[in-house]
Write a protein that binds this ligand. Sequence first.
Ligand code: PMV
Length: 315
Amino acid sequence: MISVVAHPNIALTKYWGKRAGEGNVPAVPSLSVTLAGLSTRTRASFREGAGEDTFRLQGLPAEGDALRRAVAMFDRVRAASGRTGAFEVESHNDFPTASGLASSASGFAALALATTRAVGLDWSQARVADLARRSSASAARSVFGGYVTLEGEHAEHIASAEHLPLVVLVCVTSEGPKDVPSTGGMLRTQEKSPLFAHWLDHAPTLHARAVKALRDRDFAVLGRTTEESTLLMHATALAAGILYWNEATKRIVTSVSALQERGAPCFFTIDAGPHVKVFTRPEAADALERNLAAVPGVLRVLRASIGEGARVVAS
Ligand code: PMV
């Protein structure tokens, strides 16, 4: 029995769109931070011989898309190990699934590490990330801690949390599941958005600027570039008829601009849903959290700092 822990991550420069062909390879590079304080815990064992895989999520048997995607990973791990047998896996998120935090990132990072170890494959982080990416590209980033890049097939840790400590305040603005899941949203954007060619052209420039700003510890440029990447991703999706924002999303974006004008060190990003993640410096987090919690439509604010990559905690 292998037990692992992994955390969600949030992109500063966004991945949106896939390269043609196999492997679920992102069309653009991305930069993320892996979070601390919100965890997926996954336990996996492997039994040689015949038998069905079992996969329990939040204490219940997984079904539908979640089960299908997990079994696709189990099949890859069986093929890589050359072993026949069945997995028994249990996975639990200690953060609300409708929190707007990509549970697929921490979930598949944990699953990739737990299942490879359960069959005796002692893979490098890079190989585990390659396996995780095939299920959910952002999951490749959660294999690593701190600041992480994903460029094509290659995920890499590029800076530690101490290099530029940040706090993220997740402003939850709806309880329901998102309208258009990320893969469907991306494929429709690629097919229908007249802005997609521009996104492909410009995203690498934004990414390079963000990576440089991070290396320079330039909070202001990192923040502006993150917001630009977010807005261009959402504009590109909008031009294909996909709108992830709700009323509260707009209000938070407006509030963040007003807070910036008053000198608060903060910037926002938004993923494939209506929640807004606001980054700030640790010393400014308390005051900012109070401000954001008071914005009409914000249901609650979750707080996280930067954390470690996926790891085995018991075997
Ligand atoms: O890896 P997926 O399918 O969960 O897609 C992630 C897409 C965004 O969260 C919107 C951007 C990103 O880079 O995480």
